[in-house]
Design a protein. Structure first.
Length: 82
């Protein structure tokens, strides 16, 4: 399987969607894609509804998120008090 350089597909522009990470060439945010998957959409449904996306750009979203987690660019989960 080919390695994906997420920077080729994901970027942030402070003038678009308040600087949220987007798929390049679209106004589709990483957040929206994750929300769709979390609501039960599958890859085919997303690609049919958003034809400007590709299978590779969807994979790049997850490569980006993986790197964010490795770099700890996320909010830690709150521990419940016992």
């Amino acid at each position: 399987m080919q390695t994906i350089n997420w920077q080729d597909f994901i970027h942030s522009d402070p003038d678009i969607l308040l600087g949220k990470p987007l798929v390049k060439g679209t106004r589709i945010s990483v957040e929206l894609i994750l929300e769709l998957f979390s609501n039960g959409w599958d890859q085919n449904s997303i690609l049919e509804s958003y034809p400007t996306l590709s299978e590779t750009s969807l994979r790049a979203v997850f490569v980006y998120l993986n790197e964010c987690l490795k770099e700890e660019l996320f909010f830690p989960l709150n521990k419940k008090a016992s």
